[in-house]
Design a protein around this ligand. Structure first.
Ligand code: GTP
Ligand code: MG
Length: 296
């Protein structure tokens, strides 16, 4: 019997959703950083085994939105729990249930799909905390399964995958064997650059950044020439992104190039420009241009 279905991964920002998705896929398809609100779009990936196919959806962390971009992100995550076969609700060993998780629990109670409670980052915690957190959450609603894991260390994640496969209904192979994601190559390129910007910047700058690929061409030797705009919200941010003697921008470009070459399996030449667009996160037209629009 062939089993297949859709699984969405939801949770607060920074709990490790994208890290888990990448681990399950065995490939980095969703960017990861230690800053909350890293993921901005629903990212669909496809894991095909001998007798199963699971379509995963990595979602933006659910939070209280402060601008239109945030609203888009939270709506994307909320939409993802409609019409799926299974929801993974990722939490951290926080013991107390915070406002954010309470809000997510409300959404989960309103939908029909079974929910697996996944407590991530057990490597950072102790047995007691983990047990107490799980006990507190399991009072809130009926979970199909409850499992503590570490997405970073790959602990208990095989077991989680087994549980997911068990939960899948009988179904067809929706996608061909070799298809692992539905996102465009250009999107992944912009995300890789955004990840490097997030990782090389601190404080308030990263959240106001977007990356636009303005050119991506392969020459006759197979080398990619890529040009990107790094968009930020303020002139002062532009200065921070560029850094003293252009050092920061240079580091962003170099670390991005390294990863782009791995992703594209080719040599890469990258040019980066920094542009200021005041309050772009509240500009509907510009959000649309960047692909942050509904039902993408
Ligand atoms: N110690 C530890 N850290 C983890 C684990 N999983 C993820 N992290 C770290 O947690 C941070 C956030 O990880 P992400 O995967 O980007 O989290 P996310 O839930 O996708 O975050 P958003 O996209 O912002 O909602 C990163 O620094 C990860 O390395 C884990 O199992 N253990
Ligand atoms: Mg993420």
């Amino acid at each position: 019997m062939f089993k297949s279905g859709f699984v969405t991964i939801v949770g607060r920002p920074n709990v490790g959703k994208s890290t888990l998705l990448n681990l399950l896929m065995g490939e980095k398809l969703s960017i990861v950083s230690n800053k909350p609100q890293t993921t901005r779009n629903n990212i669909q990936t496809i894991l095909t085994g001998e007798d199963y196919q699971i379509v995963f959806v990595d979602t933006p962390g659910i939070h209280k939105p402060k601008h239109k971009l945030g609203e888009y992100m939270v709506n994307s995550a909320k939409d993802s729990i409609k019409d799926v076969d299974l929801v993974l609700f990722l939490i951290n060993p926080d013991v107390e249930i915070g406002r954010g998780d309470k809000f997510i629990l409300e959404q989960l109670k309103e939908q029909k799909a079974p929910v697996i409670l996944v407590l991530n980052k057990v490597d950072e915690s102790n047995h007691e905390r983990v047990a107490q957190t799980l006990a507190n959450y399991s009072k809130e609603m009926e979970f199909k399964e409850i499992i503590p894991i570490s997405a970073l260390k790959g602990k208990n994640t095989d077991k989680l995958l087994e549980l997911m496969i068990e939960s899948m209904p009988e179904g067809p192979k929706y996608y061909p064997d070799d298809m692992i994601t539905d996102v465009q190559e250009r999107f992944v390129v912009s995300e890789i650059v955004r990840e490097k910007a997030l990782r090389n910047l601190s404080q308030e700058v990263p959240h106001g950044i977007a990356v636009e690929v303005i050119q991506m061409k392969q020459d006759d030797k197979g080398k990619y020439n890529i040009e990107v705009n790094i968009i930020c919200e303020k002139d002062s941010h532009k200065g921070i992104i560029i850094g003293k003697n252009g050092q920061t921008l240079k580091r962003i470009g170099e670390t991005a190039r390294y990863e782009l070459e791995k992703f594209l399996h080719a040599k890469v030449n990258i040019k980066t420009w920094v542009k200021v667009r005041k309050e772009w996160r509240d500009n509907p037209l510009f959000l649309k241009e960047l692909g942050y629009k509904k039902n993408k």
